[in-house]
Design a protein around this ligand. Structure first.
Ligand SMILES: *Cc1c(COP(=O)(O)O)cnc(C)c1O
Length: 385
């Protein structure tokens, strides 16, 4: 079955008790047992809940987890990353790519260190240099592709091979690409992570996280830790996320079409220093993205204005269809200045090294007409630069 068919039918069968086409939302925290010490499929909602399970089955199909693996749904994307970190032991080392989501950077540098883990960030677009940053105790390699906010493209197959050569697990934050455009498990990654708050949910109305695993022992360990630490996705969010997943492919393909148009338009403007979108031939990751991503380049792009910090802030404010907000991946378009918003938790030196300047602006393209979005950007450029 094709992706969009599975998104609608796998895990989302009509309710056998009533025939309801949309499975009901199960809010129960606990489930009656046939007798003491006798168990049915569900007993307590932290360990398993039918509404959450339905979403996990859908996500496992979309991510390509196969018969041995599975997906797990968490309260937030950060809870999902934290669960992976919790699978490590004091003394273990994590190697991560340098173009990293701000919250992941904070978790690795200000939380993981308390548990005795060490972290190195390295440029994963240069695989040879990335491999040199591996240490004898590296147990986890963590990358993000496309990266946030520079849209860096990383060779996921190459990263998985490096990790496996050194006995580490390979994990990929696939939030920006979505399983529509990238399925890292098929490229050899062991763990795929999503902030379901973004494209999976798709409507700026839920928070959630997902992990997807192909191998049974990796899935089993993370499922154990999810129950043991408890940051599960709630029933209402699971229901909303399953609903979002049904239109995931349609949304992402349309948002990619509009993002391509906006990126091409911006690259013609003299006020714009550079446009970072993997769909442009000028992007350093373009050729790799063409091979690695499934026929489109996603709904996110960044660009740098020839402007001061104050002018950049004025431009961001002058747009009308784009709300100034962190987050992305929803039907409404958003605009942000990463240096003062999503990446404010970076150490300023690391931020400068990563190329996140004050003039950098990130767009999340929604489902409005691309022509209206371009007209809005043009008006804002005219009035502020
Ligand atoms: C938002 C985001 C996260 C964190 O997810 P939350 O749902 O906000 O906890 C992690 N990685 C990326 C790429 C994100 O965009």
């Amino acid at each position: 079955m094709h992706f969009r068919t599975r998104a609608i039918h796998i895990g989302q069968e009509p309710d056998p008790a009533t025939g309801a086409v949309v499975p009901p939302v199960h809010f129960a925290s606990t489930f009656a047992q046939p007798g003491a010490g006798e168990w049915r499929e569900y007993n307590y909602s932290r360990s398993g809940n039918p509404t959450r399970h339905a979403l996990e089955v859908t996500a496992a199909s979309l991510e390509g987890c196969g018969p041995e693996g599975g997906a797990l749904a968490f309260a937030t994307g950060m809870a999902a990353i934290h669960c992976v970190i919790a699978s490590l032991r004091a003394g273990d080392h994590i190697l991560a790519s340098s173009d990293l989501y701000g919250g992941a950077y904070r978790l690795l540098h200000k939380v993981a260190d308390r548990a005795g883990l060490t972290v190195t960030l390295a440029d994963a677009t240069d695989l040879a240099a990335f491999e040199k940053a591996i240490e004898p105790n590296t147990r986890l390699v963590w990358v993000e592709s496309p990266g946030n906010p520079l849209m860096t493209i990383i060779d996921l197959k190459g990263v998985a091979e490096i990790a496996h050569r050194h006995g580490a697990l390979a994990a990929c934050d696939n939030t920006i690409a979505t399983p529509v455009l990238s399925r890292p498990l098929e490229l050899g990654m062991d763990i795929v992570m999503h902030s379901a708050t973004k494209y999976y949910g798709g409507h700026s109305d839920l928070m959630g996280g997902l992990l997807a695993m192909r191998e049974k022992h990796v899935y089993d360990d993370l499922a154990f830790l999810q129950n043991a630490t408890g940051a599960i996705m709630g029933p209402m969010e699971s229901f909303l996320c399953s609903r979002g997943a049904k239109t995931l492919e349609l949304r992402v393909r349309e948002q990619s079409r509009s993002a391509q148009k906006v990126a091409e338009w911006l690259s013609q403007r003299k006020e714009v220093k550079r446009v970072l979108y993997p769909g442009l031939p000028t992007h350093p990751g373009h050729e790799l993205a063409k091979r690695q991503m499934d026929g489109a380049f996603g709904g996110m792009l960044s660009f740098e204005l020839n402007a001061t910090d104050a002018q950049t802030k004025a431009f961001v404010k002058a747009t009308q269809l784009f709300s100034i907000a962190v987050s992305f991946g929803a039907v409404e378009s958003l605009i942000s200045q990463p240096a003062s918003m999503s990446h404010a938790s970076y150490d300023p030196a690391d931020r400068a090294k990563a190329g996140i300047t004050d003039g950098l602006i990130r767009l999340s393209i929604g489902l409005e007409s691309a022509d209206d979005l371009i007209a809005d950007l043009e008006r804002a450029l005219f009035s502020t630069t």
